[in-house]
Write a protein that binds this ligand. Structure first.
Ligand code: SAH
Ligand code: SF4
Ligand code: F3S
Length: 450
């Protein structure tokens, strides 16, 4: 099996898990000789890594894949017809039903069998037919697949796959399977090889990293993973995502104890109403969440917090929404990802009475978004005048004379590229920047020569 002479592109939707899986897709195809290209029109093989967490993403995907049939194959392609493969969470959910809905798709695979993709593509190359393979669950943690990396200096490192939480609105447990922890020595080995490779920032990944080890008889725990990965010497360590019910004092303490652990935490709250939290099967109260925030701030006073909120969960009243609004206002987040509830078939919430009119939900959503924007700007303003270490990511897409990077708190910073400096030499380095201006979603400043 070889894909020499073929070009490929991967189009990714959804969360970091999918983005990381896409790096494996690229790694596998390149190991067999395929060459990466950016545009669909240049690609002989197009792989879609899909997401179905909300209806909008789902529909957009079907629209986009269907409209692709109008894009002609590149000149000089050895194929008679482009190979379109669909993987990720919609592949897992719909399996071969995809073929009747999207005639131009010839390969379907799921979240548990990434490694089947090259074989499925080969079968299509051989017989010109279509092939699907979806598995019920992963037998082992998929660690040995080849991989490409979007950026040489930053890496995602999965420590768990799957999710056992079954929040009542969420499809993820059905498409990603049961939670599995990766053996600690495996994690440490990968962290070390990433650091040896020049990686300065590692983000540990899992749907709920805090429950790491639950399937390994409770030991080691997530706090042990943090210690072990920090001792690889990585400069910046982050993790996502955390479930408030499983965030322990031990982990909170690591924000004070481990200098590499960046002062930023994404802690999805979903709602501020205890009645709604209960209906969501989140298994914590708003009070518990507030206490966690207090402890986090005691451990690391400069910690920047971000969260997810669902507006318009079935049965959400004005009072419930107000409780969410008040909680967000009281805490003050650097970023809030707000989502309008989206009904997902086969989840428990899909059966709950849901009669709040759409304009009412939209109005709540808009109120929340303006609160969040105001608070984010206020929090960012507090950094004006300070000197912060910024991990430089590259040139701004809009203006090549400006660079973009991330602060320890994960704020985006823009600054002019100093005269006589090549942006290529700055990419992946950590530089001090004096912050001069702040908006809700960015900071700007100048590289400090001191
Ligand atoms: N495992 C992570 C992220 C899961 S999906 C976690 O638990 O935080 C990311 C976010 O999508 C969730 O936090 C939730 O806010 C949102 N989400 C999930 N299902 C949704 C649905 N049916 N409708 C609207 N938003 C949803
Ligand atoms: Fe979905 Fe809840 Fe699992 Fe997150 S913790 S993936 S919201 S079921
Ligand atoms: Fe979407 Fe699947 Fe992630 S549904 S959010 S890509 S786990």
């Amino acid at each position: 099996m070889g894909f020499e002479g073929l070009t490929y592109t991967v189009i990714t939707f959804g969360c970091q898990m999918n983005k990381h899986d896409s790096e494996h897709v690229g790694g596998m195809l390149e190991a067999l000789g395929a060459l990466p290209v950016d545009a669909i029109k240049e690609a002989d093989i197009v792989v879609y890594m899909t997401c179905c967490v909300r209806e909008a993403a789902d529909e957009r995907l079907f629209g986009q894949v269907a409209s692709m049939k109008n894009v002609p194959l590149r000149e000089g392609s050895p194929l008679a017809k482009r190979i379109v493969a669909l993987g990720g969470c919609i592949g897992q959910r719909d399996g071969e039903q995809i073929f009747s809905r999207l005639k131009n798709v010839s390969v379907v695979f799921g979240t548990h069998n990434l490694s089947s993709l090259p074989g499925l593509i080969s079968s299509v190359l051989e017989d010109g037919s279509h092939h699907a393979e979806v598995k019920e669950s992963s037998e082992a943690f998929p660690t040995d697949l080849p991989s490409t990396r979007e950026t040489p200096w930053a890496a995602w490192l999965p420590i768990t796959i799957g999710c056992d939480n079954f929040c009542s609105y969420c499809i993820v447990p059905y498409v990603r399977g049961r939670e599995k922890s990766r053996p600690l020595d495996d994690i440490v080995k990968e962290a070390q090889s990433l650091v040896d490779d020049g990686v300065v920032e590692i983000t540990l990944l899992g749907q709920n990293v805090n429950s790491y080890g639950r399937d390994l008889y409770g030991r080691p725990r997530f706090a042990d993973v943090l210690d072990a990965v920090a001792s690889s010497g990585v400069k910046r360590l982050r993790f996502a995502t955390s479930h408030p019910k499983d965030l322990t004092d031990e982990v909170i303490g690591k924000f004070a104890a481990l200098p590499a652990l960046m002062p930023a935490l994404h802690l999805p709250v979903q709602s501020g109403s205890d009645r709604i939290l209960h209906a969501m099967n989140r298994r914590y109260t708003s009070d518990h969440y507030l206490q966690l925030i207090e402890r986090l701030r005691a451990s690391r006073p400069d910690i920047a917090l971000s969260t997810d909120v669902i507006v318009g969960f079935p049965g959400e009243t004005e009072e419930d929404f107000q409780a969410t609004y008040d909680l967000i206002e009281k805490i003050g987040f650097h970023q809030v990802f707000s989502f309008i509830y989206s009904r997902r078939a086969h989840t428990p919430a899909a059966e709950m009475p849901d009669d709040t009119p759409r304009p009412v939900i939209q109005n709540r959503f808009d109120r929340l978004v303006s609160l969040v924007e105001r608070q984010a700007e206020e929090l960012n303003q507090a950094d004006v005048g300070s000197l912060v270490d910024v991990l430089i990511e590259g040139a701004s897409k809009k203006d090549k004379t400006r660079l973009v990077g991330k602060t320890p708190k994960h704020q985006t910073v823009h600054a002019p590229v100093p005269e006589g400096t090549s942006i290529e030499n700055l990419r992946g380095t950590i530089e001090p920047i004096r912050i001069e201006k702040a908006g809700p979603w960015y900071l700007s400043g100048s590289l400090s020569s001191s």
